[in-house]
Design a binder for this molecule. Sequence first.
Ligand SMILES: [Zn+2]
Length: 134
Amino acid sequence: MTATDVSGARDATFVAGMRRRLVRMRRDLTNESTAEGRELATPASERGEDTTPSQHPADVASELEAREFVLTRRLIVARELQDVEEALVRIEMGTYGVCVDCGGPIAAERLEARPQAARDVECLRRARLGQKGR
Ligand SMILES: [Zn+2]
């Protein structure tokens, strides 16, 4: 431990562990988004489903619901993936674990729970409030 370590910079072992977790998360998220993208891009006719116009309304509704669910899920996955990518960039730049808003250190427990966290709890709450009504 050095006296100059006041920037909120993390020790190498901690960051290396987080980096491993982030790389794994990126791989999982990438897999998930490609799998879902394929399913969404495939028309029902090619999935071997009945596509006659006389389809029962309930089937149409559930098909729509399923598509909506997939789209929502894709949006979440895309956002998560972006957060993970950005966290990996911060590791490369040596600013990992430092809040992107106030420059203060992010609590280690928070990073353990969410390795891609870009803000401490205070700034996260403020950022969420700022997004309201957008
Ligand atoms: Zn902050």
